[in-house]
Design a binder for this molecule. Structure first.
Ligand code: NAD
Ligand code: MG
Length: 398
């Protein structure tokens, strides 16, 4: 029996993870669940899963959850705050940790799982974007096992030779016969819209992803393609990829989840129904295969596969992220933080859709970017970028 902690249990990835556990009840046991503020949903999850521990990052929410569970006679111990999440990520009895908090807020708890030497199922791409080399170094220093959950990175991982799989962030792609990683993306809901027409798109239009059902932040990131930009940076770290080894390709059907081109001209791809239960089941079961409760692909229903190059005018955030990746860690940490603030402001109706890219660019050009030498430096860069972004957001008249 493998024991799991799910960080971000009330979210989209959290519920897919619990679906995979449900599909394999003999193999996995939920020991701990953690989330931010959603007491209602967490109460229901605790009643169903009866975990030994639960945690809420928000202290008031933790207090409410404690009361509710006690009134139902549940013995689940409730922890509070970021420290609570870190504790659940490093429980001695836990084998694997699903890191599915959204945003930089997940870095500390994801890092706690790494430092406890767990199998880390990494959905929280922002944590890796924010900390890059520090994260990879910690994986080796503490003997953690890193498995990508992001569907593209999970697909790439599946297509790479074993030697590369076993050396995350330190592999030599060229020596392994890999010439290029082809990172696919659907292009989001606005892939056929004229760039000039995007100024007034509503929140509802932006979060309505054509192929995937996801949380609000990543849905907006998919519409701007900042998500692909963050994934480009994520791939750079996970696979130690150089710029000439990474290419973004738009594939509107989202059936191919990414590909790897070999030096002999072969291209390997991982395909599947667009459902996050597949990469989650892959990472939980690795190197074995376990059930994911996902509808199998029916090729007779797919019809056609199409591909195109991303248009920089439609997706300025993608170009920004690739440029930041070239600049280095300080730039990617700042861009990630600015983007989180801008997306939250867009979701709150404070700024327009195209303001997101504009604010991200302003933060990048305004920040003086010292090379970070520790995790504390990264948190400081993140903090400053958020202040700069908020100043820009305040200037926008909705
Ligand atoms: P979501 O918004 O549905 O869920 C986010 C979860 O994080 C919730 O459980 C919430 O309680 C928790 N959370 C938010 N702020 C927190 C805080 N400050 N402290 C502690 N917990 C906090 O998001 P999601 O779509 O499940 O995405 C989670 C992560 O997985 C993101 O990093 C996203 O980029 C990544 N991801 C998601 C998908 C997907 O299909 N949803 C695919 C690939 C990668
Ligand atoms: Mg993805």
């Amino acid at each position: 029996m493998q024991k799991i902690t799910v960080l971000g249990a009330t979210g989209s990835i959290g519920s897919s993870t619990l679906k995979v556990v449900e599909a394999n009840p003999e193999q996995y046991e939920v020991v701990a669940l953690a989330a931010h503020t959603n007491v209602e949903k967490m109460t229901a999850l605790c009643l169903y899963w009866q975990p030994v521990y639960a945690a809420m990052a928000d202290h008031d929410a933790a207090q409410q959850l404690r009361k509710r569970l006690a009134s139902k006679g549940l013995a689940t111990e409730v922890l509070a705050g970021e420290e609570g999440l870190c504790q659940l990520a490093s429980l001695p009895e836990v084998d694997m940790v699903m890191a599915a908090v959204v945003g930089a807020a997940g870095l500390s708890s994801t890092m706690a799982a790494v430092k406890a030497g767990k199998r880390v199922l990494l959905a929280n791409k922002e944590a890796l974007v924010m900390s890059g080399q520090f994260f990879i170094d910690a994986v080796y220093q503490y003997g953690a096992e890193l498995l990508p959950i992001d569907s593209e990175h999970n697909a790439i991982f599946q297509c790479l030779p074993q030697a590369v799989q076993h050396t995350p962030g330190r592999c030599d792609l060229h020596a392994a016969g890999v010439s290029k990683i082809l990172l696919t993306g659907s292009g989001g809901p606005f892939r056929y819209r004229e760039p000039q027409s995007l100024t007034n798109v509503s929140v509802e239009e932006a979060v309505a992803h054509p192929n995937w059902s996801m949380g609000p932040k990543i849905s907006v990131d998919s519409a701007t393609m900042m998500n692909k930009g963050l994934e480009y940076i994520e791939a750079r770290w996970l696979f130690n990829a150089k710029p000439e080894q990474l290419e973004v390709v738009i594939h509107p059907q989202s059936v191919i989840h990414s590909m790897v081109q070999m030096c002999d001209g072969s291209v390997l791809a991982q395909l599947g129904t667009p459902d996050m239960c597949t990469p989650i089941a892959h990472a939980m079961g690795y190197p074995e295969r376990v059930h994911a409760s996902v509808a199998p692909l029916d090729f007779t229903q797919i019809g056609e596969f199409t591909f195109m190059a991303p248009d920089a005018r439609r997706y300025p955030c993608l170009s920004l992220a690739i440029a930041a990746c070239e600049q280095g860690q300080a730039a990617t940490t700042s861009l990630n933080a600015a983007n989180e603030q801008a997306v939250a402001a867009f979701l709150a109706g404070k700024i327009g859709f195209m303001d997101i890219a504009r604010i991200n660019e302003q933060v990048l050009t305004q920040s003086s970017l010292p090379t970070p030498t520790s995790l504390d430096c990264l948190f400081e860069l993140d903090r400053i970028a958020r202040i700069t972004a908020n100043e820009q957001i305040a200037k926008v008249t909705p």
